[in-house]
Design a protein around this ligand. Structure first.
Ligand code: NAI
Ligand code: MG
Length: 504
């Protein structure tokens, strides 16, 4: 283990330059600005609880300025009426700049969120680059249709030309969480910008830094001012006035189901289009033909990746009773073997959770699990060191009727449960209010195909979990959300359809 000051000494020059700015500014129109009311939010490194920066505590006045800047940029056509090939070119240029500064962004993400920088570089930053490139391509492939119409109430000899046109929906509010700060911002920005929308982005108050760095790259790439605006601030002061602002045409939100419901209701008042990507309690189902060694390794990845702070984390593990003891024993070995440490330490596999609040919430659930009678097979609380570290924890339970089985924990905590037959496990897998992801572990093609349609989940993985791709729509059934991020479906949600009917 290396001391934090040694780790900081090895930061990339760009990261050190960025962090040397003790107070960061936010981007509104072409101005890098402080909050109108002058307040600041502290940004904490969760690995050692030190304050690494301050960002403006944006409020309603800042949000209003940002929405007006985005509105002006949309209405005058500087982005929406730019040639699609120009929008594509700028998005590709942005992807190149993110790739150029991948190490800096990975280090910023690590210091701000806690995750391992090496993983952030490959996953958070690498996938962001690929995602912008994927979405850049859509800018030149937006199309409507020509439609053969009958118009039965008109005289037979009348003729019509009819078509649909796609138009950008307008000004987008993108409200993003702290678990994948850069990547989830990209999930909103990519399709919005490809479609010709302008954006006000509000990063999470816990992790605002990578969005601000991205703002610099957006400027450097040459996006016209006002196309992307970034307002830092917390949920009640900045997020709430943003999503309720009458100048917003669409809200795209990722975060808790609780806030998602609030945003959905507010959006309905203005008929704002809305995409909500919310919580989950995703099951992992190991059938009796599965290889228990592979299943245990898969389960460890499904729940411990990003410290379990993943909306589709495999947090309920259903294992056929034949393999149950073996899979739990192997999973406990994986959990105990994970190297906990500072995100900048190249040895680290598991960093701290994002905040004191999140560590306390997760440990609160671990206590609840014990009180409810679940057995601890690995982990079981805070790691004995400063910072918000929680040990990877494996519970076992015979029953689903526990809060730790029903409620989203959003930390490195899994509950393993045995089952007998496939009808039983299909029913139990669906028995939560959520429906984001699910995985099936089996090589029995016939049973796998029969099980897929029975699972109420936006994504079903087979022999893998947490595998996402730019081309695959991602989102939830039930309380896990509304609409989809990624893929063509996401692009469509930033477009309106205009029907054109012409009498000839
Ligand atoms: P949250 O839903 O409160 O925060 C997510 C984003 O929404 C942040 O940018 C926040 O500032 C903003 N926000 C909060 N209240 C708002 C409001 N009234 N109007 C507009 N924006 C608002 O999530 P939080 O409190 O950070 O985490 C709580 C729980 O939510 C976690 O334990 C986890 O279970 C879940 N969560 C799920 C995520 C996912 O990826 N689906 C991501 C983050 C949290
Ligand atoms: Mg909250």
């Amino acid at each position: 283990m290396q001391a934090p000051n040694e780790l900081f000494a090895r930061l990339a020059e760009g990261t050190r330059d960025f962090l040397a700015q003790a107070r960061h500014r936010m981007l509104i129109g072409q101005d890098w600005t402080e909050a109108a009311e002058g307040g600041w939010l502290e940004v904490v490194n969760p690995a050692d609880e030190s304050i690494i920066a301050r960002v403006p505590a944006g409020g309603a006045a800042d949000v209003d300025r940002a929405v007006r800047a985005a509105r002006a940029a949309f209405d005058d056509g500087r982005w929406s009426r730019l040639r699609p090939s120009e929008r594509q070119r700028l998005l590709l240029r942005l992807a190149d700049l993110i790739e150029r500064d991948a190490q800096v962004l990975a280090e910023i993400e690590s210091i701000d969120n806690g995750k391992a920088a090496q993983i952030a570089r490959v996953v958070d930053v690498g996938v962001t680059v690929e995602f912008f490139r994927y979405m850049a391509g859509w800018a030149t492939k937006i199309e409507g249709s020509t439609n053969e119409v009958s118009v039965p109430f008109m005289p037979r000899e009348s003729e019509f030309f009819a078509c649909t046109k796609k138009e950008p929906v307008g000004v987008v509010a993108a409200v993003v969480p702290w678990n994948f700060p850069l990547l989830v911002a990209a999930w909103k920005l990519g399709p919005a910008l490809a479609a010709g929308c302008t954006v006000v982005l509000k990063p999470a108050e816990q992790t605002p830094l990578s969005a601000l760095y991205l703002g610099r790259l957006i400027e450097e790439a040459g996006f016209p001012p006002g196309v992307v605006n970034i307002v830092t601030g917390d949920g009640p002061s900045a997020g709430a006035p943003l999503v309720a602002h009458p100048g917003i045409d669409k809200v795209s939100f990722t975060g808790s189901t609780e806030v998602g419901k609030l945003i959905g209701k507010v959006a309905m008042d203005n008929m704002t289009r809305v995409t909500l990507e919310l919580g989950g309690k995703s099951p992992m189902i190991v059938l009796d033909d599965a290889d228990p060694t592979l299943a245990a390794a898969g389960a460890a990845q499904a729940i411990f990746f990003n410290h379990g702070q993943v909306c589709c984390a495999g947090s309920r593990l259903y294992v056929h009773k034949k393999h149950f003891d073996r899979v739990v024993a192997d999973l406990a070995v994986h959990a105990d073997a994970l190297r906990i440490g500072h995100g900048l330490d190249p040895e680290t596999q598991l960093g701290p959770l994002v905040s004191r609040e999140q560590a306390e919430r997760v440990c609160g659930y671990i206590d609840i699990g014990r009180q409810e009678g679940a057995r601890v097979a690995a982990g079981g609380g805070r790691a004995d060191r400063p910072g918000y570290f929680v040990r990877p924890t494996v519970f076992t339970s015979e029953t689903d009727a526990l809060r730790i089985v029903q409620e989203e924990i959003f930390g490195p905590v899994v509950v393993a449960m045995p089952y007998d037959d496939i009808d039983e496990v299909a029913r139990r897998a669906n028995d939560t209010p959520y429906g984001l992801g699910a995985s099936i572990w089996s090589n029995d093609l016939s049973r796998v195909h029969r099980l897929i349609p029975r699972l109420k989940a936006g994504t079903v993985w087979v022999n893998c979990h947490n595998v996402l791709d730019a081309a695959m729509p991602f989102g939830g059934y039930k309380l896990s959300g509304f609409g989809r991020d990624m893929g063509r479906q996401s692009l469509e949600s930033y477009l309106e359809t205009k029907s054109v009917i012409m009498a000839l």
